[in-house]
Write a protein that binds this ligand. Structure first.
Ligand code: GDP
Ligand code: IMO
Ligand code: MG
Length: 426
């Protein structure tokens, strides 16, 4: 077992990260989120219950593991309180096992308003954000105007808050954007007091100390590689580094501590929000993928756009993250298709390329390879031995294209519907 492994999405998010982090949790001592915030919605299903986590790591359901919210995360106290209270009500009290970095940034009520105002000002070029204030909060962090969790302990916190709010109000005025945060602000300040029952820590010191003592950590990515602010389909991206390097900056762990990088992807592809999506399907096949996969956002309830697997984008994601093990999700969604298509190249201005280009415009045409469907119900299978030949062929095809083994295959949303294809020797 390596000291630090990272699990992250290789597509446009919602690959099934929450489910697999929960499945892998028994192998680790610490589970940590390193970027993103309540724009995430990570679903877990087990023992007939379903949970959706936004800011809290997906390691909280498997015994007494330590869960850390790292410095790279942005937190909205109201949503955090809501999430933690719901979990406590269902018998999962987290106060002793959830630790929050003092360096994580706070999403203020005005950040949410700014998010909506910027989107409105973009007109047709809207990103289709989750409206949770993610972009404005990271903007304040980078422009050195942010407020951090640790600042809530300052005696002059209210002044710090008022100053930041006044700056936001001036921007909103210039955008002629109407809003009222009176009630939200009250809830926000109350939620900050609530948060203080959790331990605020210098997480970089804490995590490294435990690692030096021989403990192991799994870092849980949010969003996906194609939403990375540097390498994703910019500007239709989120505002953080979702790639493996984000685990180093978002937790303070050095790159040489990282062992395995689990790259997780759906057996097809989805995207929620605006922006290019080369393999998107606008026909009945797209609708069938959406219906069979229940492709509606875990947080916003928005319909997710659906299409075939895009191996050009996946190859790019494998390269950027140094993926060592692949995890294929939602294989069962393809159970009914006669033929399955996989995009192996893009045709740009009449020329084929397998390299992910500077920008993926609408003019990109996907080049497909067709594979026979397996037309078999995978959902009750518990071992690889039961897999139909065509399904094994689909897995092998992806492994050959991406040059990385598929270690885990998921055949349904439940924790139990997970098949590990090989055990590690380490
Ligand atoms: P995350 O954001 O990456 O954690 O993924 P989401 O929770 O947003 O979306 C994944 C959705 O697919 C959730 O509703 C899961 O319950 C569901 N899911 C996960 N794995 C499978 C699977 O193998 N098959 C099916 N049918 N659903 C799955
Ligand atoms: P998880 O962790 C899917 C998308 C939004 C929008 C863009 C920017 O559940 O996989 P933002 O609010 O971050 O500024 O929105 O990113 N987006 C996600 N799409 N899954 C997510 O998270 C997402 N988080 C953000 O839809 O297109
Ligand atoms: Mg999600």
């Amino acid at each position: 077992m390596n000291k630090v492994d990272v699990l992250l999405g290789l597509q446009w998010g919602d690959e099934g990260k929450g489910k697999i982090v929960d499945v892998l949790t028994p192998h680790y001592d610490i589970i940590a989120r390193f970027q993103g915030g309540p724009n995430a919605g990570h679903t877990l299903e087990f023992e007939g219950e379903k949970y959706v986590l936004r800011s809290i790591p997906s390691g909280i359901f498997q015994g007494d593991k330590i869960n850390v919210i790292g410095n790279g995360v942005v937190l909205n106290p109201i949503l955090f309180k809501e999430e933690a209270e719901q979990l406590a009500a269902s018998g999962h009290d987290l106060t002793q096992r959830l630790l929050i970095s003092k360096k994580a940034h706070l999403i203020m009520p005005t950040h949410g308003i700014l998010d909506k105002a910027y989107e409105a000002a973009k007109g047709k070029a809207k990103v289709g954000t989750t409206g949770k204030g993610i972009g404005p909060t990271y903007t304040d962090k980078v422009s050195r105007n942010g407020i951090r969790i640790g600042d809530t302990l300052r005696t002059d916190f209210k002044e710090v808050y008022e100053k930041a709010k006044a700056r936001h109000e001036a921007i909103l005025k210039s955008l002629n954007f109407e809003y009222d945060i009176t009630e939200t602000e009250k809830q926000w300040l109350e939620a900050i007091e609530y948060m203080k029952r959790f331990r605020f820590i210098d997480s970089e010191h804490y995590v490294n100390r435990l690692l030096n003592e021989g403990k192991t950590m799994l870092c849980e990515g949010a969003q996906g590689t194609m939403l990375d602010v540097d390498f994703g389909s910019y500007p239709f991206v989120t505002s953080s580094n979702t790639i493996c390097a984000g685990a180093c900056t978002g937790l303070g762990v050095a790159p040489n501590k990282i062992g395995d990088v689990y790259g997780i992807f759906k057996a097809y592809c989805t995207r929620v929000g605006a922006g290019p999506f080369p393999t998107e399907l606008f026909d009945e096949t797209g609708d069938e993928l959406g219906q069979r996969g229940h492709e509606f956002g875990a947080v916003t309830g928005r319909k997710r756009r659906c299409g075939w697997i895009d191996l050009v984008a996946l190859k790019y994601a494998v390269m950027l993250n140094g993926v060592t093990k692949l995890i294929m999700m939602k294989s069962d969604v393809l159970d009914t298709f006669d033929t399955i298509k996989a995009c192996v190249a893009y045709r740009v201005n009449g020329k084929e390329t397998e390299d992910f280009p500077f920008s993926i415009e609408e003019s990109i045409e996907p080049v497909y390879t067709e594979l026979p469907g397996w037309k078999t119900d995978l959902t009750k299978m518990t071992s690889e031995d039961e897999f139909p030949e065509e399904f094994n062929a689909y897995i092998s095809f992806i492994e050959d294209e991406l040059g990385v083994p598929v270690k885990i295959v998921s055949v349904g949303p439940d924790r139990e519907q997970t098949i590990v294809r090989y055990e590690d020797n380490d």
